[in-house]
Design a protein around this ligand. Structure first.
Ligand SMILES: NC(=O)c1ccc[n+]([C@@H]2O[C@H](COP(=O)([O-])OP(=O)(O)OC[C@H]3O[C@@H](n4cnc5c(N)ncnc54)[C@H](OP(=O)(O)O)[C@@H]3O)[C@@H](O)[C@H]2O)c1
Length: 271
């Protein structure tokens, strides 16, 4: 596409976000990309580093101010940053749960609230929320993460419905497993009743580790994003991943009773 877009991309220092940054800048777009530590961000033509910690309200405001000052306006908002907390749900204190929702739901929605009014005024814009297939297939011991992603997907769909009469486009992007540092970054909490959840607690952790190591390169998500930013009427929900995760499993889920889905999830994680 020939138009040079202004993109705000959270979580551009690693994994999927880093690949999106590389691809969109290579396509000629201007990308303002974030990390909690701006020193971790790539040095690329047309890439502008922004410090952002989604768990800190003042950091969100400072990042938005910087982007407004430097970019003037934003055409594409990509809420991509994320991280998980691994533990049995009964070990997750309210604070941990709230932090997951702040990072994966409240922070991204605050960014939507900052950029949407101008998109509506300019009669142009794309909001791309990176949720996860975990929104539809919750991952055991990543309960707060899965629930946050489901909430983000639901809010994204509401946004799309509410903005249907405007030219602002909204997409719920749901990746399956990709080979990124996500699992290394997942915080594994300890609790004194861990043994009551064994061997499942260890088995699922190892399965995720193995699956992510064997998963496709995140470049594939970046290619999908590059395609989406050029579309006048993108699909509301876009699954991206290997054939089983992105196509076959969602189809089976639509056709089968939830009990089968639960059985499938347990079989997938070996518990
Ligand atoms: N990889 C997968 O298999 C997969 C599957 C489904 C969905 N996803 C989703 O895709 C998105 C990207 O994941 P990824 O695999 O690329 O993960 P990643 O490689 O671990 O990268 C995560 C990014 O999020 C940023 N981040 C983490 N905590 C943050 C915070 N508190 N405030 C602001 N930024 C923060 C990190 O930046 P700094 O650490 O530099 O601050 C980093 O740039 C996430 O939303 C994830 O849930 C990933």
């Amino acid at each position: 596409m020939s138009e040079r877009l202004h993109v705000f991309l959270t979580g551009a220092s690693a994994g999927i976000g880093l690949e999106i940054a590389k691809r969109l800048t290579a396509d000629g777009h201007e990308v303002w990309g974030t990390s909690r530590d701006a020193g971790r961000l790539p040095r690329l033509d047309r890439f502008h580093a922004v410090a952002l910690d989604l768990n800190r309200t003042e950091s969100i405001r400072a990042a938005v101010d910087q982007v407004r000052r430097e970019a003037g306006h934003i055409d594409v908002l990509i809420n991509n940053a994320g991280a998980g907390v691994y533990a049995p749900l009964e070990a997750l204190a309210e604070k941990e749960m709230a932090q997951q929702f702040q990072l994966l739901v409240f922070g991204p929605m605050e960014l939507v609230r900052f950029f949407l009014p101008e998109m509506r005024r300019r009669q142009n814009g794309l909001i791309l929320n990176v949720a996860s297939l975990a929104a539809r297939f919750p991952i055991p011991f990543l309960g707060a993460y899965s629930a946050s992603k489901a909430a983000l997907s639901s809010l994204t769909e509401c946004l799309r419905l509410e903005l249907a009469h405007t030219p602002v486009r909204v997409v719920d992007l749901q990746p399956g497993d990709f080979n990124t540092p996500f699992h290394e970054g997942t915080r594994r909490l300890t609790c004194d009743f861990e043994k009551d959840y064994e061997p499942a607690l260890t088995t699922v952790w190892k399965t995720i580790d193995r699956n992510m190591a064997a998963a496709p390169h995140p470049r594939r998500v970046a290619d999908m994003v590059a395609d989406l930013v050029g579309k006048a009427n993108p699909a509301p929900v876009v699954a991206v991943g290997n054939l089983f995760q992105a196509r076959i499993a969602p189809l089976l889920m639509r056709l089968g009773p939830r009990r089968w889905v639960q059985w499938g999830i347990r079989a997938f994680y070996g518990i």
